[in-house]
Design a protein around this ligand. Structure first.
Ligand code: ZN
Length: 135
């Protein structure tokens, strides 16, 4: 299914994930059903499907919409992109060492805390690859 606003193909997510990440005052508008995430960084739509929710209705900042250093990559243990970068500078490109130092990727609450409802491991791995390329 494609985003109604920008046409980007959505990534299927759990309805439970969308519900949990909605701001409390938006939770009553929520309807169970099929949901997809729009990962286009320049599109304001966070989730669509049964209903459409834009990023300002979501209680956290979505890593695929915002490249800022203060945005979480690991939502379970609240580890930001900047903290991963700092750890990379301290321990080098060893992913295991970075995860051990920051505590990222050990929360086990991905289904409700991570915006895509998935483990953050591959996202952090990809970011470390980027850091390697630019350092
Ligand atoms: Zn979109």
């Amino acid at each position: 299914m494609n985003c109604p606003k920008c046409g980007t193909e959505g990534i299927k997510v759990f309805a439970e994930t969308v519900f949990n990440l909605l701001k409390d005052e938006e939770k009553e508008r929520f309807q169970d059903g099929l949901y997809f995430a729009c990962t286009n960084p320049s599109c304001p739509v966070a989730y669509f499907g049964e209903k459409t929710f834009e990023v300002d209705l979501i209680k956290t900042t979505l890593w695929y919409k915002d490249e800022g250093d203060d945005v979480y990559l690991c939502y379970c243990n609240k580890v930001s992109r900047g903290e991963i970068k700092k750890a990379f500078r301290q321990v080098g490109p060893d992913l295991k060492a970075i995860l051990a130092l920051t505590g990222a990727c050990g929360g086990g609450k991905c289904r409700t805390e991570n915006p895509l409802g998935r483990c953050c491991h591959s996202v952090i791995e990809q970011y470390v690859e980027e850091l390697k390329t630019f350092s």
